[in-house]
Design a protein around this ligand. Structure first.
Ligand code: MTE
Length: 309
């Protein structure tokens, strides 16, 4: 497969890059910077490639990705989820879709994902505690799922909830957060082609500690927005409550865009520590919107990002 680099991003991967599974150029990837959708036939091939969303950084190993996690329902230590999450039952799995949608209901995972175009995207995943990994996610665009269930006019936000299973999740005995874990996106953020519902890593199904069987990935936001093991998706009019914002509104806002210029009250967010490089690995400068500035900055035009952090 021909590989053409376009600045930092490419959307055409080879087996040597990461993994055999590479499905590309579904209709939403063929978008211009202005957001206008074009048919594949109308598009110069170079332009389509230049719109790719994957990073060309070397991905972390499957072992690193699946053993250094935050999933507080299974404990607050980075190795707790890998040690404890095998108790989570992921089959059967039901996702309730409700609120301002045409076809609300309790969807089995198979029904929810039926008809979605799966592809692989390699994103840098940036956590608020200033560490980062590069992860080859497998999944589909949240926008496709929203189209499938039919978003009604009046919906302005999408709210998400994680399963709450005290019998299977040792961490929810502790009131670290107000369970169930909740997150939310503005509808235009949710519809952005970078936002995916991930169901796997490399060529493997999603490990439980990474949020099996289905989780969100929003690569220009801090990791905590990417909620795991989703059981409810609600289309709502008002900005929904989110777990970290409820726990500490001074430290965690609704938007949580990666922004090296806005420090967390207790630490700088200007640099990050890449996981996997050993303890002497050099810190990297964190990029605005995690490197996706040209793709997402327009969503926040006119907003003060130090107010809306
Ligand atoms: N989702 C749930 N349900 N519970 C959590 O504790 N932690 C978040 C996010 N999603 C979390 C969650 C945080 S803080 C991060 S950094 C990412 O998951 C980590 O995702 P990863 O383990 O796939 O790297």
């Amino acid at each position: 497969m021909e590989k053409i680099m376009a600045g930092r991003w490419k959307n055409d991967l080879t087996r040597a890059d990461v993994t055999p599974k590479s499905l590309f150029l579904n209709r939403r990837q063929i978008m211009t910077g202005g957001g206008m959708m074009l048919g594949a036939g109308l598009l110069a091939p170079g332009l389509a490639r230049a719109q790719g969303y994957s990073t060309d950084e070397t991905p972390n190993s499957f072992g690193e990705i699946s053993t250094y996690n935050n999933y507080y329902e299974f404990g607050t230590g980075k190795s707790d989820p890998a040690e404890n999450a095998d108790t989570l039952t992921i089959d059967p799995w039901t996702v309730k879709v409700d609120g301002l949608v045409d076809t609300p209901g309790d969807y089995s995972l198979a029904d929810l994902t039926d008809g979605m175009t799966e592809e692989e995207r390699i994103y840098r995943f940036r956590c608020v505690e200033a560490w980062s990994m590069v992860i080859p996610w497998r999944g589909f665009e949240l926008a496709d799922l929203l189209d499938k269930v039919g978003v009604q006019s009046g919906a302005k936000y999408v709210a998400f909830e994680t399963a709450l299973r005290p019998d299977e999740m040792p961490g929810v005995r502790f009131p670290v957060l107000d369970w169930p874990y909740r997150e939310g996106l503005r509808l235009d953020e949710a519809r952005h082609p970078l936002t995916i519902m991930a169901t796997g890593i490399y060529d493997e199904p999603m490990p439980k500690q990474n949020g099996a069987p289905i989780r969100l990935v929003v690569p220009w936001k801090y990791g905590f927005k990417s909620i795991k093991s989703i059981v409810r998706i609600s289309l709502v009019e008002e900005m929904p409550p989110t777990s970290w914002n409820m726990a500490n509104p001074r430290e965690y806002g609704f938007y949580s865009n990666v922004n090296p210029q806005v420090d967390h009250p207790r630490w700088s967010q200007a640099t990050e520590r890449p996981i996997g490089g050993g303890i002497f690995a050099k810190r990297k400068e964190t990029q605005m919107f995690n490197g996706y500035e040209q793709d997402v900055a327009s969503l926040y035009e006119g907003m003060d990002l130090s107010e809306n952090f």
